[in-house]
Write a protein that binds this ligand. Structure first.
Ligand code: NAP
Length: 255
């Protein structure tokens, strides 16, 4: 019969896992292992990389994966590229859950950049109070701009030293609240925010707060991905799974 593999680490993946578990669909949820205490899931879990395209292809065949749901973050481009290739090689149906990107409105003051390097370059110039809202993996891109005071917000306490002379660190996990983010930006007298265009609601409050306070935002546009079938939400993904692998659904329950 096989099972569905969910590439996770996002709200959409968690919601899809809940739907699959409610319907007794055999499934496996995969985390990269980036955070110390990943959210528990109502499904069996595996944690850690697969070992590139070959590792994922072997995993799919060995574990009898009959469909793959790529519900990773829009910036987890390497994982998504590997999923496309591994599914082609193994002949496995693949569906992505893609949340729509955030859209700029006329009163916003966004500078669009292509990647983290360009985002760092956009911060050359006089000292500012910068909310570097990009997680912890890529903060080294900003070491050449030590003139700023950085506000950082991480899911876990960092295990390595923060490479900035002047910073404040908050350890907290989203989703966040608009009023709390308004207070945060005002308390730290933030001038500018650096953010990935993650889309969705969980990380949007800081963008909305910047909008309300008239602050500048350096918005990192999404990486490009190979073509793949995609839906915007977990409900549509469940319908796709039902039509692609009907045998995974206990007959009397349906979608
Ligand atoms: P990435 O750069 O695309 O992936 C790098 C490698 O990490 C992949 O090649 C794969 O290793 C492993 N990996 C990534 N996601 C995995 C998963 N769900 N299960 C097993 N292995 C995985 O990914 P990333 O940007 O570091 O993101 C890592 C995870 O954090 C993703 O699952 C994503 O959904 C979540 N996340 C990312 C962001 C973000 O801003 N990037 C934000 C929130 C959550 P192998 O090649 O060895 O298989």
């Amino acid at each position: 019969m096989g099972k569905v593999l969910i590439l996770g680490g996002t709200t959409e993946a968690n919601r899809f896992a809940a739907l699959a578990a409610e319907r007794f669909v055999p499934a496996l949820y995969s985390y990269a292992g980036r955070v110390n205490t990943p959210k528990q899931q109502p499904l069996p879990l595996r944690v850690g990389g697969f070992g590139g395209v070959k590792g994922l292809t072997d995993f799919i065949l060995r574990e009898e994966i009959c469909a793959l749901i790529d519900a990773t973050h829009p910036f987890a481009a390497q994982m998504s590229r590997n999923a496309v290739e591994a599914c082609q090689l193994s002949g496995t149906p693949l569906l992505a859950i893609e949340r729509p990107a955030w859209k700029e409105i006329p009163t916003d003051n966004w500078t669009h950049v292509r990647d983290m390097k360009q985002a760092a370059n956009a911060l050359s110039g006089l000292k500012k109070n910068v909310f570097l809202a990009i997680g912890r993996q890529q903060i080294d891109y900003f070491v050449n701009h030590p003139q700023h005071r950085y506000l950082l917000r991480f899911v876990d306490q960092p295990e390595t030293e923060i490479p900035f002379p002047d910073y404040n660190l908050i350890v907290d996990r989203g989703p966040f609240d608009l009023q709390a983010d308004l207070d945060l930006l005002q308390r730290y007298e933030i001038d500018i925010i650096v953010s990935k265009n993650a889309g969705g609601t969980g990380a949007f409050t800081k963008i909305q707060a910047a909008r309300e306070l008239g602050l500048s935002t350096i918005m990192i546009d999404r990486p490009s991905l190979p073509g793949r079938e995609a839906v915007p939400d977990e409900g549509k993904a469940l319908n796709w799974l039902h039509s692609t692998c009907p045998s995974l659904f206990p007959r009397n329950l349906g979608v």
